[in-house]
Every structure is written in C-alpha cells, then in structure tokens.
Design a protein around this ligand. Structure first.
Ligand code: IVH
Length: 747
C-alpha cells in the first residue's frame, strides 16, 4: 500500500477510536494500540509533509498563539432561554403554546439537563469543521476554532455533506477535571477558578491552543443554528442524527407527551443532578416539533419554544446528635453540629458549622432537634433551621462552655463581638492551628507537615511557634514517631528531608505568602497581596508609616462634609502620596468627594496591619526571621507599563477570573479602574451577563467596549503579564448587540 492510502486509513481508524473513546465511552483497543496507530500516522506525515491536511487527527493542536480572537457574526443570533424556578410558569408556557398555535396542533416536549457551561457554535461546511465560536453578545462572538479543535470529542469532520450545518451546545469542564486544574493553578501560585463554568470559559479564552489542549474540556451539542441542505422535523430526530454522525448529545433526554410527564421528567432529572460528570443547574423544556418554531417566534433574547427550569439549592433533614466546640488558631470557639449522616447534593454530610453562640440562640438549635441543612455557595454545609414540631421533650438550649475545651483556660467574649475566644496564647489548639496555617498550600506550602503531623509536633513539644520549624534537628524529626489513624506507629523518616527542602524553598517565597502564613486577622490570600505590594521587604514594613497614612486618609474622607471645605486640599495631597505608592485604584473627579478615591488597601486591612506591626509578637517574628537570614520581598510585579497608561476602565458582567485579577492587570499596566461609566471612561470591559446600568450608560455615551479577549489583546504580547510596547486599542469590531429592553430607560 502506498503512503497516501495508509495515511487515509490510519486517520479513519483514529477517528473511529476517538469517537468510541471520547463520544461513546466504549473504547475497543488499548491505549498502546491507539498510540501505535498515532505514531505511525505522525511518522508518515513527517515523511510526506505534502499529504498533511487540517482535518488530520494530528492537527488538532496546531498553529501559533493568537494575538487576539477574530469576531464572527452569528446568523441566526445565539439566544438565551427564559428561566423559571416555578412549575406553575411551565403551565403558563403550555397555555401560551396552546394560544399561539392553531387549534388542533399537536406537539410534545423534550426535557434535557441544563448544562452549566459555556455556549458554543460549531460550523461544519460539507462535513468539515470550519469555525467554532463563543456566544459573545449573541450577535457576535469570538472565533475560537483553534481552541475548540483541541477538544477530542468534537469531530473535525462529519459524515454529513450538507453545505451548512451549524450545531450549538455547551463546553464544560468535568467536576473532576476542574478540581485537578484548580489544584495545579493554586500550586503554581495562580488564582483558582471560582467554579467549573468559569474554568471552562477561561480556558476557551486562552490565546495559545497548546495551553487549551491541556485543559480538561468537553462538549455536548443540543441545538442547531444555520442549516442549509438539511432539515429536521423534530428535536429528537435531530439529536439522533447528531449522535449518528459522532457528535456528543445530552446523555439524558425524556420525550414527554404532556405537562404531567414534563414535571415527572424534571423531578427525575433533579434526582440525578449529581450523577453527571458536569454540573447542571436545571432542566430545559423544549417543544419537540421544530416545524412549529417559526410560528412560535422569539423575544429579544429567547426563543418562545423552550424554557429553562432552574433547580433550587438542595436541602436535607437530619437529627442533631451533639454539639461540639472547636478552637481555631485565633482562639475562637466555634460550635459544630454533629449530625446523623445524611446525603446532600452529592455528598454525605455529618458535620456543619453553627458559627457562634448568637446563631445558636437566634435559631434556637438544641441537641436532639430535627434540622434542615443546605450547602451554602454549593459547598459549605449549614444548618438553616430546626423543625420545632419534631423537638424531643426535655431538649435544652446549648450553653457555650465557660472554659476552653482544649486547654481548660479562660474564655472571654468581647463587647460587640459575636465570637467567644480562648485567651490563652499557649493553648495547644491555637498553636496547632497557627502551624497548620503556616504550612498550608497558600502559605509556605510545607506539604509533609499535613494531616496529623502539625498536631503531633505541637503535642510532643517540638514546635510551639511556626518559626521553630527552622530549629528542628533533622535527625530528631526523622526519628519522630507518628501514630496513624489506625493506631499504628510510623517513623517520620524520609519525610524529614521533604520538610527541610520545603523550608529552604520557603525562604524565597514572596512576602504575601509570608504575611498570609502569619495568620494576621483579616489578612487572607487576596488581602495579603494587596498589603504586601507597596513594600520592598518584610523588614521594611516596620519603619514605614504607610498603614497609618492610609487610616488617616480614610478618617479625613469620613470627616469631610462638603467639597469646598479646607479638608479637600489635604485629602487630595494624601491621595497623591498614596497614589505614588501604587495604592490608588480610582480618582474620579466627577464623583462626590467621598466616593472620588478608591484605594487597594481597605480600612480594615490597614487597621489590622498597623496593629500587627506594632505588636510585640510581630517584633519577635521579625527578630527571628532576621536571625534566620530571611527577609521576604514582594513578587516582582510587572513594572507599571505603558500599555494602558492614561486609560480608564469600568468592568461589568462576570469574567473568567475574579474581578480583582482584572483590576490588578489594569493597574499593573498603568490604567485606572472606575466603578461607573462616565464620559472619561476609555473602555467598558464586558463579561458574561453584563449589568444593565453600566452597559446601558456605555451605549448611551458611545464608550468603546472590550470583551476579555479584546482586553488581553491590549496587553499583547502573550498573556499580557509583562507590559510592553503600547498597543493602540482598536475600535470595537462592530456594533454591540443591543437587547431591545435596554433602550427602555434611556433616550
Ligand atoms: S437550548 C436559544 N439546551 O443555557 C438557546 N440550552 O440559559 C438554545 N444550555 O444559552 C438553548 N443546556 O448555553 C439548550 N440542554 C440545553 C442546554 C442549554 C445548557 C444553556 C445555553 C443557553 C443557556 C440559557
């Protein structure tokens, strides 16, 4: 056989196995056999470069990183769905269809999971994937073809010769893939993603397809856009055709003949919520007869033939077996509910925080009660209420202990504070807590002292303060015996070397990691970065009155009554001094004086930092660090670059990373961030679901708009971290998409 034919056969075989593996999840050959096919194809293509075609499986990851994404127009537009949380609205939907459609029209419904991902359009021409795009504003999106080609379940060719087949669906990241990605992000010192949807959106917006290929992305296709040369009478038939061509379709679908069946399907799906590898946030109810869609029409943003039904956050009932009290590293006593284990939102819950004594009293929570629990923010279990009818006789209100349950020392509750605290700084619970924080991943990341090791070291008296770690004798540490959960004893052994290596590495970690590690009240991961930024080093913080200056600034602005008074000059001078230290986020002279300035450092941060720097504890830490030859420095933040100099930004909508990350990027590159759109705003940075007010104002003023990719392109080259030669911003590619209702309050 000649090379050309063998290449074609190998490609066909690899496509078939890709489909069996990625789409149908039933591989028929081993990874090794697959790799062998792949290697043979790659070798033949290397030998015959003229025979390489873009639809070859070897060409999924190819091309250079882009400077920015091109914009593409959606025809028809990519719409959204009308949402409801209430089944009664679905009855109204049914009644609406009855009114709208000619008498005697019959239709049925399809119920599908509503996948919580990022909408996607795939354009196939004569069976070849020629374009993939994000939804963008619905009328225009980004051309992300190179990125989408890296998703292995998306076929580069289809056995369908229609001139135009545009399929639409959702790109998502599996829960598992998301967890793994976030672990890696955090380890690399980057901000973790807020949820799988943000992670998927952020991944698709990367400009380098090679990076995208490393992200665990997948896609499901559930709708059609433009169609030429083919038509489907029903949604179910369309899904069948998609599946036959090798496109992944929703893994669960129900055909429902009436509203009763729709309700039943919605309930069934809700029970399966956590069985899917991706997150779902509801059900989509679609009219099955596609032929009826033109008659049904659509509103400005949603088709009239479908509705989204969103699921409420889940709740469960269980009994409260006991209330225990934990002591945290700052000595705070936290009551904890010990529950009869119960399944909730995909996991088994046996404990939940009860916050503090006030919370217990307000909710009147007593041991023996039947309680309702839910997951707040979909992760942290909380007790929402008790079911009073089910309270057993003799259940008594809970009283916080009068002494610390760990050290037996005194506890106190300060005026105006909800927390009860153990006041003994030598309390082992506090020592263990401080050590655990110190070695945690976002702090100094001494992984070998995880689990029970911190507690054991404190109990054995080897460590009382975290900095004692540097005084530990390596041999003694290696010989240290740790009792495992099952009661067996093991020597710490080789792990001692890991500890030593981690401590050595910690010497060079940036200042913000150290500040976070020290457990200063109110200084979390993000605040630590903010307060570290203006200083040259840890030791330099002690002789610098910056935090007092910040507090004085806040006091002055709080005292200020009108714009003409004498304080105005003083405030401006103070603001300028703080701006010189890089602390000024916003100076918007159009605002009333009190809101004119925005600082990176919030007053609470400044107060806690000022207090910490004056404490005897901080001075001891500084002395010991000096003795160890450690003086942490802030990360070399990119010097203020010219790329965004003189440009002011307002941000609206949700972006792929927390807003602070974008604000930081803007400031690092010399731009300023404002909270509201004014005539002076250079750009509106628009994320998903932009807030009406800013968006409408920007439209009214003709403020140029940027999406995330457009914004990053301003910071070219690469990721935009390093400021570089100034890049002239382009005019926004085209008219922004305007929903009719946005004009309501304008003109
Ligand atoms: S049909 C006209 N089916 O939900 C839009 N959408 O909130 C046609 N979504 O923008 C959408 N799962 O990104 C449809 N099974 C599903 C879906 C689904 C998730 C998304 C879609 C849409 C958003 C609306």
């Amino acid at each position: 056989m000649n090379d050309a034919q063998r290449i074609l056969d190998l490609r066909e075989a690899i496509r078939r196995h890709d489909r069996l593996y990625y789409v149908e999840a039933r591989p028929v050959i081993s990874d090794r056999e697959y790799d062998a096919l792949w290697d043979e194809l790659a070798a033949l293509e290397r030998a015959n470069p003229g025979l390489v075609t873009p639809d070859s499986p070897t060409q999924r990851v190819s091309g250079e990183p882009l400077a920015k994404f091109n914009r593409v127009r959606h025809d028809p537009p990519m719409q959204s769905l009308d949402k409801t949380y209430d089944k009664a609205d679905l009855a109204q939907f049914d009644a609406f269809l009855r009114r709208r459609l000619p008498e005697g029209t019959a239709w049925d419904y399809v119920v599908e999971p509503k996948i919580d991902g990022v909408s996607l359009s795939l354009l196939y021409r004569h069976g070849t994937l020629v374009r993939a795009a994000t939804r963008g504003n619905g009328v225009e999106g980004d051309d992300i073809t190179a990125n989408v080609r890296t998703i292995r379940s998306i076929p580069l060719t289809l056995p369908c010769d229609a001139p135009t087949l545009e399929v639409r669906g959702e790109v998502y990241m599996t829960r598992e893939g998301f967890a793994a990605l976030n672990r890696a992000e955090e380890e690399a010192g980057r901000e973790p993603f807020a949820n799988p949807r943000n992670a998927a959106a952020g991944s698709l917006k990367l400009l380098d397809p090679r990076e995208v290929a490393k992200r665990p992305l997948d896609a499901v296709l559930y709708a059609a856009g433009a169609l030429e040369g083919l038509a489907f009478p029903t949604h179910t038939e369309m899904m069948r055709a998609f599946a036959q061509w090798g496109l992944r379709t929703p893994p669960w679908q129900r055909l429902c003949l009436d509203l009763g069946q729709v309700y039943a399907a919605i309930d069934e799906l809700e029970g399966l919520r956590h069985a899917f590898p991706f997150e779902i946030d509801g059900a989509v109810v679609k009219v099955n007869q596609r032929a009826l869609y033109p008659t049904l029409g659509s509103t400005a943003h949603a088709p009239s033939s479908a509705r989204a039904y969103k699921y409420a956050p889940e709740q469960a009932r269980t009994t409260l077996r006991a209330i225990t009290v934990q002591v945290g590293r700052s000595g705070v006593l936290t009551p904890v509910a010990e529950l009869e284990p119960v399944a909730l939102a995909g996991s088994v819950i046996a404990r939940a925080t009860l916050h503090n004594a006030d919370y217990l009293r307000e909710k009147d929570i007593r041991v023996g009660d039947t309680v309702e629990i839910s997951k707040h923010g979909d992760v942290i279990p909380a007790v929402d209420r008790v079911v009073p009818e089910l309270r057993p006789a003799g259940a008594e209100p809970f009283a916080m202990p009068a002494r610390c349950p760990v050290c037996g020392g005194e506890v106190e509750r300060l005026e105006g504070e909800v927390a009860t605290r153990c006041v003994n700084p030598e309390c082992p619970a506090q020592r263990v807590g401080r050590l655990e924080l110190f070695v945690s991943r976002n702090a100094l990341d001494v992984a070998a002292i995880g689990g029970r090791m911190a507690e054991a070291l404190v109990q054995a008296g080897l460590v009382t303060q975290p900095l004692d770690l540097w005084s530990l004798d390596p041999a003694a540490l290696a010989a240290f015996r740790l009792t495992a959960e099952d009661g067996t004893e093991r020597r710490f052994g080789k792990k001692a070397q890991e500890v030593a290596a981690a401590l050595e590495r910690a010497r060079g970690l940036p200042l913000h990691r150290w500040l976070f590690a020290l457990g200063i009240p109110g200084i979390g991961v993000t605040a630590a970065r903010v307060v570290a930024a203006p200083f040259a080093s840890f030791s330099a913080m002690f002789s610098d009155p910056l935090f007092d200056d910040v507090l004085a600034f806040y006091e002055a602005t709080a005292r200020k009554t009108d714009d003409r008074d004498l304080l105005a000059g003083e405030i401006v001078t103070r603001a300028q001094a703080l701006a010189a230290r890089g602390l000024l986020l916003r100076d918007d002279p159009e605002k009333p004086f009190r809101d004119r300035f925005l600082l990176t450092v919030k007053p609470e941060m400044a107060r806690e930092m000022a207090k910490f720097l004056r404490s005897a504890h901080a001075r001891r830490v500084a002395e010991r660090l000096a003795g160890l030859g450690i003086d942490p420095k802030p990360v070399a933040e990119a010097p203020v670059g010219a790329a965004l100099a003189g440009k002011s930004f307002v941000i609206t909508g949700s972006l792929s990373k927390p807003r602070e990350a974008f604000e930081r990027l803007i400031r690092e590159n010399g731009g300023t961030v404002q909270s509201a759109v004014s005539k002076k705003t250079s750009f509106l940075l628009v994320g998903a679901e932009p807030g009406g007010g800013k968006y409408a104002k920007a439209l009214a003023l003709g403020t140029p708009q940027l999406d995330e990719a457009g914004f990053l392109a301003l910071l070219a080259p690469g990721e935009g971290r390093e400021p570089s030669r100034p890049v002239e911003p382009e005019a926004p590619a085209a008219q922004p998409y305007v929903q009719d209702d946005l004009f309501g309050g304008l003109s």
